[in-house]
Design a protein. Sequence first.
Length: 81
Amino acid sequence: MAIALDNVLIAMRNQKDREKLGKTIQRFRKSIGISQEQLAEKLHISRTHVGHVEQGRKSPSFELLGKVARTLKVKLKDLMP
């Protein structure tokens, strides 16, 4: 878990890694056939926030990343850039 947390903290500081993380989340989301709106509803956040995370414009919290991983049924490490 410590390695994943280190990767998350690095991803939050680095624009390229935030963009990679966002694209990975988007790819997994699309692979299970849910929209940004549906993901946002499951995570109890706005669709705009999901969009900003997928675009790399916002850094998700570690807690939110955990929720994303559980919702998309992937391991947290699978989301890391």
